[in-house]
Each structure stands twice: as structure tokens, then as C-alpha cells.
Ligand binder design. Structure first.
Ligand code: G1P
Ligand code: ZN
Length: 543
């Protein structure tokens, strides 16, 4: 045995946010920084001793170094077996799939999702539990508390494990199995979707364009879409994961996936365009010159679920994060299934999925998924749309416009104000919260306030209560404004303002989104005293 116990000290600020601990790479490179957090995981989850751990990440800068450190710490902490993705790779949904399939005790996923990478970019780590989903707050709070008290960590002195090829290795008494990061996930996708129908659709000459944004979805999309489904080579672009994502934000939204938006506006654009983020759990769906809003995508998936083999028996319920538009609520009503409104962050869907109360879930932030894993899943969403196109013979536009004609359209947009001074952003939220009690019944511009509150969630499965999840203002005509501060940023504070307007009349479904929302935007900015407090007028990102 060459296990050392290293003396360390608590490190301030290791509090996991919306999806794990996320900081600049330079912060993670500090002495003991990663080790402290990882030891806190092992101390908080004693079942890992003698258990099975899944390990991998999105391939960003520092991923390989961190994986080696975690392997050595896992060995020193008595983990029996680790399944690690070849090359240190595992997309977030694939990690969830592997945890579930091999009934692992848990998993450690290394990613900062859609945040930029590279030596000056971001890095992140999160712990997922045995159901394959992000650890609930009870566990993340305990991990954080442990980071504030521990005084030592354990690590093996053994040499690095070769991770570039599949195989088995011993590290102290621990077995390390280097697995194909794509195989288990691809197998699961074949159980859910009609691969024959999609293959036939491509064989008829239909085309798609998948922008992997130089991130981890590339190997998955290439293997499944170009390989198993026979799409033309070159369908997947930017398909090689790069440590710095080519210097870009690997974030599939109109602000960052500009190449895809441009490609889909060309006269000879393919039928379907799609992109995924750094760790492949987000998705953006684009038709010819036509962007599908993520909230609409979720509603459309729910309305058409029975066309997909994996969901042909129907769905038990749907769940959406509070800021996500209420389009899916109307579908749930029509299907007579429950619709749950949860706080932002995928971890809140876990209990509902485990209990069989929801089958499909989604967030406005380009995330959707189902009970097949316990993370949102970018490539899954793209396959869902491919399957829909293949079996309906319709275009993306036809599917979306048909949906609006039936259910009405929820005009929707999110305006982000980034890198605000933390004090200023907190004061703005406090100011909003202080006004809540008196808002109902007031007229703001053309809108009458019906209800205003600070969203709180009572988990119907475990009874836990989560408070302070964002200020929402609901208007009598079905419009809504939501304000919340991001929990994933690493620089200052980001204010997110979510805007939504319902339009039942199909004659008025073709208005440009920002034009339709302009008046509501003005109301939202006034109410928050946005300009006076932040000095800003226009948001940094409009999604
Ligand atoms: C953002 C999104 C949220 C998503 C999270 C992780 O969190 O808004 O929906 O679950 O990223 O992908 P936020 O920065 O708003 O806390
Ligand atoms: Zn992500």
C-alpha cells in the first residue's frame, strides 16, 4: 500500500451551485482544492467505500488531471471498482446511463457544462447518486459542510492509469475499468427510438446538421447519427472534443451557436439543425430558418410522445422548471396527466422520475429529458425530433405551427444581464421581494398583476421544501415575468429575466418574439428598477 494521508485545511466557498461546484480552472488548480472537495464527497457518502463509482467528464482542460487525482483518492478511500470513460470522457447523460445500468453507488462528473473551457475557462465537479441523477440538496449541503471541517485527505501514490485505451487496471486494491464512453448510451437510445424509421428517412435523402460545438456530444452524435443511422458523413460538425472548445462558449443558444443559425437560414439548409453543449446535456432544435423554443420543444414532445417507441404507452406526467413557459401545462391538461412545476435545476426532477410521477421533463435553458436517465439529455432530444420528423413526414416548422394552432402560442424569451456586481444584483432582488405583497391588483403598463410571489417548492415525494427560487409576477392576461439570479456563473452575478405572453389566436402567431414581448420587457425593467440599479438597459444575452 502506498496510500498517504495529507494534512489539509477547510477551503472557503466550496458550495455547490445549481449543478455542482463550478469555478475557474485556476481556482481548481490551487493546492488541495479539488482534493478537499473530493474527500468531502467520500466522507459524506460512506457507501462509496466498497462500492462502485462512475467517473468521467466533458473533456475540458484539467479533466485528465482531475480524473487521475480522483482515481487515486477513490483507491485510497476504499472504493472497490471505478468505471471510467476512455480518454476520461463521459457526457453527463452517458454518465447517468452508466450509473444506472451497472447499479453503481454513484458517479463523479467533471464538467462546467456550457461555460467556456481552457486554462482561463471554467471547471466543475458534481456528485450523482445511484439513481443516476444529481445529488439532492441534502447531500450537496452535507458535502459543503464537510469541506468546511475536514483536515486531511487520502490519496494513493501509485502512477497514473493509462486511460486512452479500454481495459482493466488495478490501483491499490481498487479495480479500474476503462469503458467505451459511447456504447452503453447508444444501446439505450436504440431501445427508445425507431432507428429503422430514422435510417429510412436519411436514406430517402433527408439531411440534418449537428453542431457539437467542439464538445463531448461529438463522439456520441457521430457514432449514432452518422454511424448507426446512416446520415451523410459531415452531418456532425465540430465533432472533435477540444479542451478549450475552440475558444467558444459551448452553449447551444442563438447567441452562441451562430454558425448553426446561419447554416439553417441558407436556401439549401437541411430539414433539422441541432446543437449540444459542453457536456452534451443541452440541446437546441432548429428548423429551416426557424428556431424551436425549448419550452415549446418540451410541450411538443409531450403531445407527440406516443409516436415514439419508448413512450408509446403514454406518459405518466410532465415536469418543468418554474421559469420554463407554461406551454407544456396545456398539453398535460389535454392528456389528463399531472404537470409539476419545480425550481430551476435538474436535481428537482429526480424524485418525480423515480416515483414514476413524471416521464418527460424540461427547462427553458435548452434542456429536456425523460425517465431513461436522471439528467437532461441533448442527443436524446435530437433523436426524439428526428424520430418525429421520420414518422410524421412533416417539417420542424409544420410540427411547431400545428402545435400552436391547437394549443395556442406561448411567446417566450429570457434576457440575461451578466457580470453584475453581486451586491447590486442582490439588492435588486431584495427590492423586488419587498414589493411582492402590494403587487397583486396593481396595473403595470398594459398589464394587471394577478399574483406575485417568491417561488417555493414542496417536493410531493419527499416532502422537502425549497424556498427563494425566484420572483414571479403573473398577469391577468396570462403574461408572466420571472426574475432570478443564476446559480452557475463564476463571475459576479447574472440576473435572468424570463418573459412570457400567451396568444391563442393563430392569426397572431407569426409576430417576431422580441417585438411581441417589447411592452412586457419595458414593464419588467421598470419594476426591477433595472437601469437605475445596474446602469444597464440591454441584456448581454437574449435567448
Ligand atoms: C442554468 C439554467 C438551469 C440549468 C442549469 C444547469 O442555471 O438556468 O435551467 O438547470 O443552468 O444546466 P442557472 O445559471 O440559471 O442557475
Ligand atoms: Zn450542460
Amino acid at each position: 500500500m502506498t496510500v498517504s494521508t495529507i494534512t489539509t485545511h477547510p477551503i472557503a466557498g466550496q458550495k455547490p451551485g445549481t449543478s455542482g461546484l463550478r469555478k475557474k480552472v485556476t481556482v481548481f488548480q490551487q493546492v488541495h482544492y479539488l482534493e478537499n472537495f473530493v474527500q468531502a464527497i467520500f466522507d459524506t457518502v460512506p457507501e462509496l467505500k466498497g462500492g462502485v463509482l462512475v467517473l468521467g467528464g466533458d473533456g475540458r482542460f484539467h479533466n485528465r488531471v482531475a480524473v487521475q487525482t480522483i482515481l487515486k483518492m477513490a483507491a485510497a478511500n476504499g472504493v472497490a471498482r471505478v468505471l471510467v470513460g476512455q480518454g476520461s470522457f463521459l457526457s453527463t447523460p452517458a454518465a447517468s446511463c452508466v450509473i444506472r445500468k451497472y447499479q453503481a453507488t454513484g458517479g463523479i462528473i467533471l464538467s462546467a457544462s456550457h461555460n467556456p473551457g481552457g486554462p482561463d475557462g471554467d471547471f466543475g465537479i458534481k456528485y450523482n447518486i445511484g439513481n443516476g441523477g444529481p445529488a439532492p440538496e441534502k447531500i450537496t449541503d452535507a458535502i459543503y459542510a464537510r469541506t468546511q471541517t475536514l483536515t486531511e485527505y487520502r490519496i494513493s501514490d501509485q502512477a497514473d492509469i493509462p486511460l486512452d485505451g479500454k481495459g482493466r487496471h488495478a490501483l491499490e486494491a481498487m479495480q479500474v475499468e476503462v469503458i467505451d464512453p459511447v456504447a452503453d448510451y447508444a444501446e439505450l437510445m436504440q431501445q427508445l427510438f425507431d432507428f429503422d424509421a430514422i435510417r429510412a428517412w436519411f436514406a430517402q435523402g433527408h439531411r440534418m446538421h449537428f453542431d457539437a460545438m467542439s464538445a463531448i456530444s461529438g463522439p456520441y452524435a457521430k457514432h449514432i447519427i452518422e454511424g448507426l443511422l446512416g446520415a451523410a458523413p459531415g452531418t456532425v460538425v465540430n465533432g472533435e472534443p477540444l479542451e478549450d472548445f475552440g475558444g467558444h462558449h459551448p452553449d447551444p443558444n442563438p447567441a452562441h451557436a451562430t454558425d448553426l443559425i446561419r447554416a439553417m437560414a441558407l436556401p439549401d439548409a437541411p430539414e433539422l439543425g441541432a446543437a449540444s453543449d459542453g457536456d452534451a446535456d443541452r440541446n437546441m432544435i432548429v428548423g429551416r430558418n426557424f428556431l424551436v423554443s425549448p419550452s415549446d420543444s418540451l410541450a411538443i414532445m409531450a403531445a407527440n410522445a406516443t409516436l415514439i417507441p419508448g413512450y408509446k404507452a403514454g406518459i405518466s406526467g410532465v415536469a418543468r422548471s418554474m421559469p420554463t413557459s407554461r406551454a407544456v401545462d396545456l398539453v398535460a391538461k389535454a392528456l389528463d396527466v399531472p404537470c409539476f412545476e419545480t425550481p430551476t435545476g435538474w436535481k428537482f426532477f429526480g424524485n418525480l422520475l423515480d416515483a414514476g410521477r413524471a416521464t418527460l421533463c424540461g427547462e427553458e435553458s435548452y434542456g429536456s429529458g425523460s425517465n431513461h436517465v436522471r439528467e437532461k439529455d441533448g442527443v436524446w432530444a435530437v433523436l426524439f425530433w428526428l424520430n418525429l420528423l421520420a414518422v410524421t413526414g412533416k417539417s420542424v416548422n409544420e410540427i411547431v405551427e400545428g402545435h400552436w394552432a391547437r394549443f395556442g402560442r406561448h411567446y417566450y424569451s429570457r434576457h440575461d444581464y451578466e457580470a453584475l456586481d453581486v451586491g447590486v444584483a442582490n439588492a435588486l432582488m431584495t427590492h423586488l421581494r419587498e414589493q411582492l405583497a402590494g403587487l397583486a391588483g396593481q396595473r403595470l403598463g398594459a398589464y394587471n398583476v394577478a399574483l406575485a410571489d417568491d417561488f417555493a417548492y414542496d417536493d410531493p415525494v419527499d416532502g422537502s421544501r425549497t424556498t427563494n427560487q425566484g420572483v414571479r409576477v403573473l398577469f391577468e392576461n396570462g403574461a408572466r415575468v420571472v426574475y432570478r439570479l443564476s446559480g452557475t456563473g463564476t463571475e459576479g452575478a447574472t440576473l435572468r429575466v424570463y418573459l412570457e405572453l400567451f396568444e391563442a389566436d393563430p392569426v397572431r402567431h407569426a409576430v417576431p418574439v422580441q417585438e411581441k414581448l417589447a411592452e412586457l420587457v419595458a414593464v419588467a425593467r421598470d419594476l426591477a428598477q433595472l437601469n437605475a440599479r445596474t446602469g444597464r438597459v440591454d441584456p448581454d444575452v437574449i435567448a
